[in-house]
Design a binder for this molecule. Structure first.
Ligand SMILES: CC(C)[C@H](C(=O)O)[C@@H](O)C(=O)O
Ligand code: SF4
Length: 467
């Protein structure tokens, strides 16, 4: 018998039933809920006269629609659609008795930042949310992925999910990262290499020395974008850093329960003789600070490169590249570090954690922004409070950044923080699709340090030039 991967182990531990055609019923440990994908699911329960099966394992927080400026609890400061969604979550959380962090609560924030912060996300768990970036929680050695609204209803009603097992893929990042290279550069480089469909049908386990060396924050950044590479989920084996991060969190186990949990968590790694359906290896030393130039997360290049020509691609990609270049208003051959930007957005569930803010502050200290608009949006109220305590907020404000309240903000155009048509943005989020940050807006994805560097020079910039 061959050994098991980490994914196999978590899967087996949660398998409630397997039908003959391979369709399985998985037990779900944590169900995270936000205001966009849950209203119809709760309505379904109401109509069927059902309760939430495990309200204690169900955690809700509004994040996508909420404004990030003061006075945001006033519905007048939201569009009608946004106000309806947030009000529905308020009511559903109350009616169904689930854990809830409303905008008035300092613990409110982006659902994928709040879950780990509060100790809801723990190693070996199954974690789902009606949101594709649920992959973030895989950083803890949890099997975590997005689900659709009908599945949200299914999980609310039964605490189980119907699934088919994915294949196992290993992405190994060997060696050390060079100075100026971060978790974001790792995850973008992987997608640049494998493409947005490279992970389709797989759960990716990220491993290797460069992954081990990352903090928990960095590991969350890597797993966050597994979905952009097409994977069902991304996962990283838990280790001492993971355990240390979890210990003492409000909803982490305590005392004897902690010891028992730890004993099981220590078995959560892929066996040496486990079977991998696909393996990718990248040398950490070969990874450069990168930016995206197009409208797909796979359109990644080192900052030292030039805008590619559409005909340097093959087959159907030629047309797609041309369309990207037209939308982005870019000309082939332009050095990436000469592209001028209007706006900088630092935040999102990819890069809205304290370490991301520290990395940006290190570059911004004592400098002034050279762009029209620059904003930093902490991923949660607690990240915001911590950044204020550490003096980071002062550095940002002195540099000319707006210092906002927690939410998804300019990561996607569902709230007042949006790009105007043609506006070009250096962003630390995870999607650069057409219109993602506002109709006609142009997004370049990068790390927080790179976004901070761009803010200072007013163009895409190699952060290593400022170090
Ligand atoms: C609104 C939500 C369903 C969506 C997702 O699933 O990812 C959003 O969070 C995003 O990042 O595009
Ligand atoms: S921050 Fe962006 S990617 Fe993350 S959940 Fe919000 S909208 Fe989705």
């Amino acid at each position: 018998m061959t050994g098991k991967t980490l994914y196999d182990k978590i899967w087996d531990a949660h398998l409630a039933h397997e039908a003959e055609d391979g369709t399985c019923l998985l037990y779900i440990d944590r169900h995270l809920v936000h205001e966009v994908t849950s209203p119809q699911a709760f309505e379904g329960l109401r109509m069927a006269g059902r309760k939430v099966h495990a309200p204690d394992k169900t955690i809700a927080v509004p994040d996508h629609n909420v404004p990030t400026t003061e006075g945001r609890d006033d519905p007048k400061n939201m569009t009608e659609d946004s106000a309806i969604q947030v009000a529905a979550l308020d009511k559903n959380a109350k009616d169904f008795g689930i854990h809830y962090y409303p905008v008035s609560d300092v613990r409110q924030g982006i659902v994928h930042i709040v879950g780990p912060e509060q100790g809801w996300t723990l190693p070996g768990m199954t974690v789902v949310c009606g949101d594709s970036h649920t992959a973030t929680h895989g950083a803890f050695g949890a099997l975590a992925h997005g689900i659709g609204t009908s599945e949200v209803e299914h999980v609310l009603a039964t605490q189980t999910l119907i699934q088919k097992k994915s294949k196992n893929m290993k992405v190994e990042i060997t060696g050390k990262l060079a100075p100026g290279v971060t978790a974001k550069d790792i995850t973008l480089t992987v997608i640049g290499e494998t493409g947005t469909a490279g992970g389709t049908g797989y759960v990716i386990e990220y491993c290797g020395e460069a992954i081990r060396d990352l903090s928990m924050e960095g590991r969350m950044t890597v797993c966050n974008m597994a979905i952009e590479g097409g994977a069902r989920a991304g996962i990283i084996a838990p280790d001492e850093k993971t355990f240390e991060y979890c210990m003492g969190r409000p909803h982490a186990p305590k005392g004897a329960q902690w010891e028992a949990a730890l004993a099981w968590w220590k078995t959560l790694y892929s066996d040496d003789d486990a079977h991998w359906d696909k393996v990718i290896t990248i040398r950490g030393e070969d990874i450069a600070p990168v930016v995206t130039w197009g409208t797909s997360p796979e359109d990644v290049l080192p900052i030292t490169a030039v805008v590619p020509a559409a005909d340097s691609f093959e087959g159907g990609k030629v047309g797609a590249a041309q369309r990207s270049l037209d939308y982005m208003g870019l000309t082939a051959g332009t050095p990436l570090n000469e592209i001028e930007i209007d706006t900088v957005f630092i935040g999102s569930c990819t890069n809205g954690r304290i370490e991301d803010l520290r990395a940006a502050a290190e570059i911004l200290k004592g400098k002034k922004v050279a762009v029209k608009r620059a904003m930093i949006v902490p991923g949660s109220g607690l990240v915001r409070a911590q950044a204020e305590e550490e003096g980071l907020a002062d550095i940002f404000k002195e540099a000319g950044f707006e210092w906002r309240l927690a939410g998804c903000s300019m990561c996607l155009a569902m709230n007042p923080d949006q790009l105007a048509p043609g506006e070009r943005c250096a962003a630390t989020s995870n999607r650069n699709f057409e219109g993602r940050q506002g109709r006609g807006g142009r997004t370049h994805l990068m790390s927080p340090a790179m976004a901070a560097a761009a803010a200072i020079t007013g163009r895409l910039t190699d952060v290593r030039d400022l170090m």
